[in-house]
Design a protein around this ligand. Structure first.
Ligand code: HEM
Length: 510
């Protein structure tokens, strides 16, 4: 018995020795650590303890190591954070086979365990979005989205009469975005099917939750943990598939007939774009459904978060409504409810950009995973498997990039556009424009392909709300009303959960 214990003890010592020895050899060891002990086991404990404090840790690392790199502990691995224009440019221009965005998303959302392997191995739905949502293609689809805005706003903004009523910001924003995106994703009438909207929102939230939970397990245990953790995701995608199945079947049949030269009115929506590719690959209804739900996740989580943030800002500063109304009324009078009209709304665009700068939905951007050992331009060796990113939040709060960066200045970018000497420089301050200092949509080749769509969608929804409703924050028991603070969970910036604002139908609606 005593002998067994001794053998066990020696095995543990050898194991610890191997781990520490290997860690000492790792090139990551040469990169300074912020907010944690560098020791492997202790870094895991730090990651748990720091899960709600990465904002401060990133700021600390950014201040100490600007222009270079540092590492922070996440639950399942170290993340290397690089800063300064040279390093950001280096990351941005690296090809996917060196630093992969797709694999980084896979590792954050744990696709392998939460959706079918076909989707992970052949993510053609992403290529579709890149092609179909390009700025020059939007004129074909934005009118459909605009069609959906007025009924959606009336449905999900609870105010009808002159009384102020409470609005659950998160629930309304998710549904407004999912329904208006839904028109371009699943088409009409599915986009206004309440069950479909609820399931799509649920899927997005469950995927994020399951990804977060699975990342806490070592790779070896993930297949077992997934059986319990991915139940909700699987159930939701199956239920959505059952709702979509009649439409998918009908469209597949029509697509096949069309191939035999029959006539078929081809809907211009993501479901059809996916089906066109899926039929040649003999994919199942669940594959098609999961691809659609994943597109909705990419679009709805980010855009809903932007919408929530702006609604909170408008409710905190209702005096912003008057200049915005003047601008929106002018634009609509000139161009109607159209894309050119949204392009004229510089003040609204500016609030969206400023809110994204101050809030955003993630502390780090340009997130990539090294698919092989990579030597960066400054000679730093990044070993295969390392997660990398840029410190978006500290950069957005850096006075060197944005004067008075700690002040929320709603019309900051509208003023910059007005002061610009030519159209090209003015365009750099638009909501959807990216730069090495402004990273909410990433930057470079892989910058978000849906950002121009999101810009039009958010302006369509917000301009409707601003013209037709008054907004304010609930009165606190003492002091002046203040919007509830954001929450921080690992790298995610979450608008306040369960927060409410007060809304009332405007006395003289447009
Ligand atoms: C305010 C709203 C949005 C924000 C803040 C946002 C942000 C981002 C960011 C930060 C990235 C990663 C870029 C990089 O690391 O270089 C990204 C990628 C992506 N976004 Fe968005 N996004 C938004 C809306 C949308 C919409 C409406 C869609 C439409 C489907 C969309 C589809 C995608 C896709 C498909 C990718 C992956 C691109 C790839 O694989 O290269 N996003 N987005």
């Amino acid at each position: 018995m005593a002998e067994d214990q001794a053998v066990g003890f020696i095995c543990i010592v050898i194991l610890v020795f191997i781990v520490v020895y290997r860690w000492n050899l790792s090139p990551l060891n040469n990169i300074p650590t912020v907010g944690s002990s560098w020791v492997p086991g202790l870094s895991y404990l730090s990651a748990i303890a720091l899960i709600r404090h990465l904002k401060e840790i990133l700021q600390d690392g950014y201040t100490k190591y600007y222009g270079s790199a540092f590492k922070i502990p996440l639950m399942d691995r170290w993340m290397v954070i690089v800063s300064g224009p040279k390093m950001i440019e280096d990351i941005r221009r690296r090809p996917e086979y060196e630093l992969s965005f797709t694999q980084a998303v896979e590792s954050l959302l744990q696709y392998k365990y939460n959706v079918g392997s076909k989707i992970r191995d052949d993510p053609y739905h992403l290529a579709i979005v890149k092609e179909k949502l390009q700025n020059r293609m939007l004129a074909d689809i934005i009118p459909d989205m605009i069609d959906e805005v007025s009924p959606a706003v009336q449905r999900y903004i609870p105010a009808n009469g002159k009384e102020w009523v409470n609005m659950d910001v998160s629930s309304s924003a998710f549904k407004l975005v999912t329904r208006t995106c839904g028109r371009v994703f699943a088409g009409s009438p599915m986009c206004n099917n309440e069950e479909y909207i609820d399931l799509s929102v649920q899927f997005a939230l469950e995927m994020l939750k399951a990804g977060r939970a699975l990342r806490m397990f070592p790779d070896l245990l993930k297949p077992i943990a997934a059986v319990f953790i991915n139940k909700a995701v699987k159930r939701t995608s199956n239920l959505t598939m059952l709702r979509l199945r009649p439409i998918i079947r009908k469209r597949i049949a029509a697509t096949m007939r069309e191939k035999e030269k029959d006539r078929f009115y081809r809907p211009n929506d993501a479901l059809q774009w996916i089906i066109d590719k899926a039929v040649t690959r003999h994919e199942t209804d669940i594959d098609i459904t999961e691809r659609l739900l994943l597109l909705n996740l990419a679009a709805s989580y980010t855009s809903s978060s932007s919408l929530m943030q702006v609604l909170y800002h408008l409710a905190e500063w209702p005096e912003l409504l008057a200049p915005l109304r003047e601008e929106i009324e002018g634009a609509i009078a000139a161009e109607g409810w159209t894309m050119p009209s949204f392009a004229r709304m510089w003040k609204l665009d500016s609030i969206l950009r400023e809110s994204q700068r101050c809030n955003g939905f993630t502390l780090a951007s340009l997130v990539r995973i090294a698919l092989k050992d990579v030597v960066l331009d400054n000679g730093m060796l990044i070993p295969k498997g390392t997660l990398l990113g840029a410190p978006a939040h500290p950069m957005h709060y850096d006075n060197a990039h944005f004067p008075n960066a700690h002040v929320f200045d709603p019309f900051r970018f509208a003023r910059m556009r007005e002061a610009a000497c030519d159209t090209e420089s003015a365009a750099r301050h638009q909501f959807a424009s990216t730069s090495p200092e402004y990273l909410p949509f990433g930057h470079g080749q892989l910058a978000c392909p849906g950002r121009h769509f999101a810009s039009n969608q958010l302006k369509a929804v917000l301009s409707h709300i601003i013209l037709n409703y008054d907004l304010k924050l609930p009165e606190p028991e003492c002091g002046t009303p203040q919007r509830p603070p954001n929450e921080y969970l690992s790298l995610a910036i979450l608008p306040p959960t369960g927060g409410t604002i007060l809304v009332r139908k405007r006395a003289a609606p447009a």
